[in-house]
Design a protein around this ligand. Structure first.
Ligand SMILES: *[C@@H]1O[C@H](CO)[C@@H](O)[C@H](O)[C@H]1NC(C)=O
Length: 180
C-alpha cells in the first residue's frame, strides 16, 4: 500500500504542475495576441441606418468593441484625420463628405484585429467590393471609393494614431454610449 501511494503522489504533483504552467502560458499568449484597430462608420453608414448591422457583423467576427463614440467632425478635425491625403485631388471632397454628418468611431480588439477588420470591410472601392467581395461591409453599404461607408486602420502605427485621435483619454474611460 505504502509503495503504491508513494508513486501516485509524485505523478499527481507533476500533473498539477503541468496544468498550472499550461494555464499560465495560455493566459500570457492570449493577452499578447490581442491587437486593437480603429473602425469608423462614415456619415453615409449612419444616415443609412447601417450601424446595428455593422456592429452585428463585428461581434459575429469575434471582435470586442472596447470603446465607441459618435462625433460630428468639423473641417479642421477631418483634415487632421486624413492629413496624409492633404495633397491629393480628392481631399476637399473627402473632407466635405466626412463632415456631412456624424461618424461612429470604435476601438475593436481581437487577435490580428487590423487584418481581420480590413478583410471584413472589403476593398476600398465599394463598387469593386460589390463585385468581388459580396459579403463585405462595403458591399452592403458603400457606394464608391469615397463614400465607402467604413474605415479601418491600415497598420499598427495608424491604429495607434487613429485611436488616440478619437479617444484621447482612452485609458481612463469605459465605453461611451452616445445617442446620436
Ligand atoms: C433611418 O432611421 C430613421 C429613424 O428611424 C428614419 O427616419 C430614416 O428615414 C432612416 N433612413 C434610412 C435611409 O432608412
Amino acid at each position: 500500500m505504502a509503495g503504491a501511494t508513494s508513486s501516485v503522489v509524485p505523478a499527481l504533483v507533476i500533473c498539477w504542475l503541468s496544468l498550472v504552467i499550461l494555464l499560465h502560458r495560455c493566459r500570457i499568449c492570449g493577452a499578447v495576441d490581442r491587437e486593437r484597430t480603429l473602425a469608423m462608420i462614415k456619415p453615409d453608414g449612419l444616415s443609412g441606418n447601417y450601424t446595428d448591422k455593422i456592429k452585428e457583423a463585428i461581434l459575429e467576427s469575434g471582435f470586442d468593441i472596447v470603446q465607441e463614440t459618435v462625433v460630428l467632425l468639423d473641417a479642421e478635425r477631418a483634415s487632421l484625420f486624413y492629413a496624409e491625403h492633404a495633397e491629393r485631388s480628392f481631399f476637399d471632397s473627402l473632407v466635405k463628405y466626412m463632415t456631412s454628418g456624424p461618424v461612429h468611431a470604435m476601438v475593436l480588439e481581437r487577435h490580428d484585429a487590423i487584418t481581420h477588420w480590413r478583410a471584413l470591410i472589403g476593398p476600398t472601392d465599394a463598387r469593386k467590393a460589390k463585385a468581388s467581395h459580396p459579403n463585405s461591409i462595403r458591399a452592403m453599404c458603400g457606394l464608391d471609393s469615397e463614400k465607402n461607408c467604413v474605415h479601418g486602420s491600415d497598420s499598427l502605427q495608424s491604429a495607434a494614431r487613429e485611436i488616440s485621435f478619437f479617444f484621447r483619454d482612452a485609458k481612463s474611460e469605459t465605453v461611451e454610449h452616445d445617442e446620436l
